[in-house]
Design a protein around this ligand. Sequence first.
Ligand SMILES: Cc1cc2nc3c(=O)[nH]c(=O)nc-3n(C[C@H](O)[C@H](O)[C@H](O)COP(=O)(O)O)c2cc1C
Length: 377
Amino acid sequence: MTVIAPVDALFQPLQLGALTLPNRVIMAPLTRARATPENVPQPVMAQYYAQRADCGLIVTEATAVDPQGMGWYRVPGIWTSEMIDGWREVTEAVHARGGRIFSQLWHMGRLVLPDYLDGEQPIGPSPIAGEGQTFAPPPPDYDGGFLPMKPYVIPREMNADDIAKVVVAYGRGAAHAREAGFDGMEIHAANGYIIDQFLQSNTNRRTDGYGGSIANRTRFLREVLQAVTAQIDADRVGIRISPTSERKGMGDENPRALAEAVAAMAQEFGVAYIHLIEPVASGFMEKPENPVVESVRKIFGGVLIQNGSFDAESADACIAGGKADAVSFGRPYIANPDLVTRMRDGLPLADANMDFAYVGEARGYVDYPAARPTVTA
Ligand SMILES: Cc1cc2nc3c(=O)[nH]c(=O)nc-3n(C[C@H](O)[C@H](O)[C@H](O)COP(=O)(O)O)c2cc1C
């Protein structure tokens, strides 16, 4: 009699563009704010990612392509040679453990507080502020704890020159990521950051060629894709989207049509994957009323990675049912460096201490033990 493993589909290999993944467990991008205050990746980040190298693919934390798009204390960037060198240590550590790692290229657009820009207004497609507040830089007497919060501000509407400069910054970020030894790049077009701001009708009220119709609102993404794929083959590029998320004041008049247009563009460019944040269960984001996953799957022939509140069983069912090719895990990866082993062997998952999710050093970052100690020769 054949014994069918409870989670089997999740542990089948997968061809993802140019890469062959040994399993379909993807590490979702997680901002952990362990770079230096100058946004340079530190050796502890190499240790953290290397601990998680047995997953199918690591997607790094969001990485700023330009100082104007960086609005969070101690997040990493990729615009200087020191940053490239810091990232090279990370990619080498992951590769030494047999892993694969993509850089998530990021620009926050309107969500950057002026505090990070020497008092300048941030830029965005339209002069509409994000909803809510975010972490401000540390005060002079900062003791390492939680950072003060400040509300988002109204951005300066980008002119043609601003748009061209950000597109160039993405191309430069891609060139730097390649130089740092990444296996590929994920374009962060989700979660209300600059590309999403152009995509969604709530945040894009432009009347030029970058606003209005879906073709116009996707133009900025098209230009970013052109800039990135000029630096690295499209089969090493992924796109992350969250068209049904309404966080931070996002929203679109027709998320399905928008998602379909992005899927068609991804297909046209031949990118390796679409990484869709659209939870099937409540959790980090609300469950959308009209999910777009099936529409995206019909149009896009590459790999579809689903994300949002999955566990081993629901991820396996999702893949086995043909709804996605792979599933990414975010929060479970904070406290479970050996998530692949735990899910494969049905071991319980450890709980994360969220006090150290976005602040701190090694504690709450690289000190979560594996369920089973590794035996080293
Ligand atoms: C601490 C933390 C940091 C995150 N940072 C990023 C990020 O840098 N880029 C991104 O696209 N999503 C980020 N996310 C969202 C996750 O990638 C993921 O979409 C979310 O946690 C839902 O997946 P999960 O239910 O498996 O955790 C972050 C989430 C958390 C909890």
